[in-house]
Design a protein around this ligand. Structure first.
Ligand code: OAD
Length: 236
């Protein structure tokens, strides 16, 4: 009896684009774009939070409210189908901070850059599911300190669950990267690592990513189409 392949999927902003959530880098030149009228360094760094916490909290309150009005698209649904029906192991690692994989039905998703619907208390280190605003400094449900911040990995901070991700990559037979530009490390380096550890590598994206040369195969097109077609092909 052969063991079914272990598939590790890495997703980026492109998988949620057709749900109406902006990607970070527009166009084909890989340059950072304005992110809903804010420069990333004005809102997504610990320095920005120290300098102007109101701006940063309001910005994330807006994003947290916005994602709750969005719905999973056929790419999220296809990955949830794969997660449920594939006879082998599937690990979904996402750089996205929305919850669209979960709302599509996927389980055990690793959010390496954190989650919009989670708040982290800088005083007691507790994480709490959070759907409302943080800018009005609500008390932490665990310790009552008014020190909740978005549970988001900012530039200069260490992504979450790197040990789990490395273990998954070490056991992967197939590594699939979906809707990510390959501009931000460490995620951008996963394809090389997976390859060196023996996995086949597949890229599904609207356009070639910066690390495209590292993939055995690239299929270009909108995620709603190419991901659904890939999953349908696998599941027969
Ligand atoms: P990017 O905005 O850098 O890249 C999005 C990718 O999705 C690009 O390669 C697009 O071509 C592709 N794309 C756009 N629309 C698509 C569609 N409909 N179907 C398929 N692909 C599509 O986003 P990420 O690579 O996710 O980090 O960015 C990585 C990280 O940079 C983010 O997690 C965030 C950001 O700074 C943090 O916040 C820490």
């Amino acid at each position: 009896m052969t063991i079914p392949p272990h598939i590790v999927v890495l997703t980026g902003a492109g998988v949620s684009a057709e749900s109406g959530i902006d990607t970070f880098r527009a166009g084909t030149n890989g340059q950072p774009s304005l992110w809903e009228q804010h420069r990333i360094e004005d809102v997504a760094t610990p320095e920005a939070f120290a300098r102007d916490p109101d701006l940063v909290l309001r910005f994330y309150d807006m994003r947290r409210a916005a994602i709750q009005t969005k719905a999973p698209n056929p790419a999220h649904l296809a990955l949830a189908r794969l997660d449920a029906a594939w006879p082998g192991h599937v690990t979904i690692v996402t750089q996205n901070v929305d919850d669209l994989h979960e709302r599509a039905g996927a389980h055990g998703v690793i959010h390496m850059h954190g989650e919009h619907l989670s708040a982290w208390c800088a005083t007691c280190d507790t994480r709490t599911r959070w759907t409302g605003p943080l800018a009005d400094r609500p008390p932490c449900p665990a310790c009552a300190a008014p020190t909740l911040r978005p549970d988001i990995v900012w530039f200069g901070e260490i992504p979450y669950r790197m040990d789990d991700i490395q273990a998954a990559l070490a056991g992967a037979d197939l590594f699939v990267s979906i809707g990510t530009s390959g501009a931000v490390y460490p995620a951008a380096g996963f394809v090389r690592l997976a390859r060196e550890l023996g996995a086949q590598t597949l890229e599904l994206n609207l356009e070639r990513s910066q690390g495209s040369a590292w993939f055995d195969e690239t299929r270009l097109g909108p995620a709603s189409e190419v991901v659904a077609a890939w999953v349908d092909g696998l599941l027969g």
